[in-house]
Write a protein that binds this ligand. Structure first.
Ligand SMILES: O=C1O[C@H](COP(=O)(O)O)[C@@H](O)[C@H](O)[C@H]1O
Length: 223
């Protein structure tokens, strides 16, 4: 992995937002459109705030989530809600949101429909990932029920995922879809996650699922 350390979180968010914006711009220039895939959780809010105000042809950008918790948008736990409130506002409101949730009791009920919506937007141009201290990324959790399937080279685009640490059922992009991204950034903060990502380099991928995307990723870290 390529590891980049920043003096503080503000430098990190500004620096990484700038890098992502340049990569999206370059992709739009060469391909006419770009796909930006993003994490949920507690870490990326500030980078979304910065990106939402960036001058970019957002109308040519499709925004996709790496994973979603199977809860409606009215829930505080909804990753879709986070990106609607923090990323898809201001200038970035012109981007197209590719859904990763639809009203249904279980993710299995909507898997085919959601995967069909995502397929035309692949491969991902710029992938921003988060990571939990347990070394999960997207919703590829250690010990999850369908982890082996999601890690395999012939995995489908999307999988439902259940794990004790995950709380509610999840839906996640599979490892091959994440690995196919043109540019991959992992955003982490704090000493615990730094230790975790360093440990992930030497652990089997089943114990440290973030390892599935580590080889070609740049890890961006600040205390
Ligand atoms: O549950 C999730 O967790 C990870 C990490 O979140 P954080 O709160 O530790 O930043 C996140 O990347 C993922 O998208 C999310 O669904």
């Amino acid at each position: 992995m390529n590891f980049k350390s920043y003096p503080d979180r503000e430098f990190l968010m500004m620096g990484l937002a700038d890098r992502i914006a340049s990569q999206l711009r370059e992709t739009i220039q060469t391909q006419g459109h770009a796909t930006f895939s993003v994490p949920g959780g507690t870490t990326p809010g500030p980078i979304f705030d910065i990106l939402s105000g960036v001058d970019l042809d957002w109308g040519s950008v499709a925004v996709l989530l790496n994973d979603e918790r199977w809860v409606p948008e009215s829930s505080e736990r909804s990753n879709t809600r986070l990106i609607r409130e923090r990323l898809l506002t201001g200038r970035a409101a012109k981007a197209t949101l590719v859904p990763l949730y639809a009203e249904a009791p279980r993710p299995e009920d909507k898997m085919a429909e959601l995967a069909e919506g995502i397929a035309p937007h692949l491969p991902i141009s710029v992938l921003l990932l988060g990571m939990g201290a347990d070394m999960h990324t997207a919703s590829l959790f250690p010990g999850a029920d369908r982890l082996a399937e999601a890690l395999s080279d012939d995995a489908p685009i999307l999988l439902p995922m259940r794990a004790e640490a995950a709380g509610e059922p999840r839906i996640t992009l599979s490892a091959p879809v994440l690995r196919d991204a043109m540019h991959t950034h992992i955003l982490i903060t704090g000493a615990e996650k730094r230790k975790a990502i360093e440990a992930a380099e030497t652990l089997p991928v089943e114990q440290a699922p973030v390892r599935a995307v580590l080889k070609d990723a740049t890890v961006h870290w600040a205390e």
